[in-house]
Design a protein around this ligand. Structure first.
Ligand SMILES: Cc1cc2nc3c(=O)[nH]c(=O)nc-3n(C[C@H](O)[C@H](O)[C@H](O)COP(=O)(O)OP(=O)(O)OC[C@H]3O[C@@H](n4cnc5c(N)ncnc54)[C@H](O)[C@@H]3O)c2cc1C
Length: 439
């Protein structure tokens, strides 16, 4: 019975000819061999939280959702081995029980660890890298059905495998470098947009994990000033947390974005109303609880990584283009920072301190004109799209934006010479596999 696959935002829907949900490495090998025996291409699914067509396939889809949980852990060194389909939510709790944590996370925790790493998923913090930077080894099933272990003995392959876009094979396990468990002291503070933009460098330097949201058509930004602390957590009771964080945020946002969908002209006054929901709040919580939020309002998203020094100017230009075209934008713009990443060839932060700008539109609302306009601005800064989010880039345009581009293509052609792990999206943004590079 064919199975229709939907991503989280519901924009991507497809029906692969064959669907496999292996529970063991041997079953992954069997699924790969079966697909290759039929000359089918393969894509791998984590938890389907990418917005782009990165997972889509008409041939074989292999989901890693049945392969989850810790395999082993060395608490002293902080090195843990984990099955690829483990969700960050599950992993964080299993690590916490051992007194460990991942040093930085994005703003949700439902992605699989392999899926998050594969697209360069990141949080914020000018001294912190993205999730893939913690990977020390990768177990992979290649298109030839071989199980290989990639580690520091082959630095080029490891740098490619950390952010692989699912193009090297099926990742079945990862070894991660964790840190001792820690808490976060998080202050959410509404401040004027102009002040927030002019203080961007100081604020990013003063807080371990600094970010802010700007709501177009309002004058307010919501800053998230987050520092790591040794203090004990003061967790809110679960019911209060649900009411405060989940219901208040999602219901208010849901009501306003729904109203904006029905009456786009009302968005500027609605935005000013919504800004009133930005209020100061303080939390002291376990790191993974403070990093992550629950997203109940579905949206589509485009995100660009640009050289950090242009961040404030680029945000100003995005706000200006929204005003100029009166785009009906009823979702905040999210602005984050990240450390230059030397661990992964295709990390969006590879080789440069990075500023991230994310723009969103409510599910079902037109996103193309707004996202295209933002993408044009980001092209001017040699912007790199988040691999898991919407974009209209091509390999020709992106190749020059990554020093490690050719090195990645070389590794790709060695692991997958026939292009088994591709789809139309991968061919558009990475190009076809170039086997002629092999000597
Ligand atoms: C509400 C929401 C909030 C988000 N917040 C953030 C954020 O804060 N920061 C950020 O950077 N991103 C964020 N994202 C994007 C998200 O983190 C990425 O798209 C991530 O890749 C999704 O993980 P997944 O497990 O759902 O993977 P999928 O979307 O299922 O797959 C993503 C990629 O990983 C590959 N893949 C998955 N598993 C394997 C495997 N075992 N072996 C080989 N390849 C594999 C797939 O082939 C595909 O190329 C958010 C997305 C949503 C919907």
């Amino acid at each position: 019975m064919p199975r229709t696959i939907k991503n989280w935002s519901r924009l991507q829907r497809f029906t692969p000819r064959n669907y496999a949900e292996p529970a063991t490495v041997d079953q992954v090998v069997a699924a790969v061999n079966t697909a290759r025996g039929r000359s089918e291409r393969i894509r791998v699914a984590g938890n389907l939280h990418s917005f782009s067509e990165i997972v889509r396939t008409d041939d074989t889809l292999i989901s890693l959702k049945a392969m989850n949980g810790l395999i082993d852990a060395d608490v002293e060194s902080g090195l843990v081995r984990v099955r690829a389909g483990t969700s960050i939510h599950q992993l964080s709790r299993q690590l916490d029980a051992l007194g460990l944590a991942l040093p930085n996370l994005g703003d949700i925790d439902v992605q699989s660890i392999a899926g998050a790493a594969a697209t360069g998923t990141h949080g914020t913090g000018e001294n912190y890298g993205n999730i893939s930077a913690q990977i020390r080894a990768v177990q992979l099933v290649t298109a030839a059905g071989e199980v290989v272990e990639i580690d520091e003995d082959d630095p080029s392959a490891l740098k490619a495998a950390r952010v692989s876009l699912g193009t090297l094979g099926v990742i079945t396990a990862l070894t991660l470098q964790c840190v001792p468990a820690f808490r976060l002291d998080r202050l959410d503070l509404p401040r004027p947009v102009n002040e927030t933009l002019s203080q961007i460098d100081d604020l990013a330097a003063n807080f371990d994990h600094y970010e802010f949201y700007v709501l177009p058509y309002s004058d307010l930004a919501l800053q998230k000033r987050i520092n790591r602390t040794d203090a004990a957590a003061e967790p809110m009771p679960a019911v209060k947390r649900f009411a405060n964080d989940v219901l208040a945020e999602n219901v208010a946002l849901g009501a306003i974005v729904n109203a904006g969908k029905v009456a786009p002209n009302a968005i500027p006054p609605l935005a000013r109303t919504m800004a009133k929901f930005f209020s100061p709040a303080r939390r002291l919580d376990k790191s993974f609880d403070a990093f992550s939020t629950v997203r109940m309002v579905r949206f589509n998203e485009l995100e660009y990584a640009i050289p950090r020094q242009h961040l404030a100017e680029a945000v100003e230009r995005v706000l200006a283009v929204i005003q100029e075209h009166q785009f009906p934008v009823n979702f905040p713009i999210e602005v984050r920072v990240g450390q230059a990443d030397d661990a992964s060839l295709l990390s969006t932060a590879a080789g440069r301190d990075t500023g991230y700008i994310s723009v969103h539109t409510f599910k079902g609302m037109e996103y193309e004109p707004y996202f295209h306009a933002v993408e044009t601005i980001m092209d001017g800064y040699e912007g790199r799209p988040h691999w898991g989010k919407m974009n209209w880039q091509t390999a020709d345009r992106l190749a020059g934006r990554y020093d490690g581009w050719n090195e990645f293509q070389l590794v790709r052609s060695e692991f997958d010479p026939e292009g088994a792990f591709t789809n139309d999206y991968i061919e558009r943004i990475l190009g076809p596999v170039v086997t002629s590079r092999i000597q």
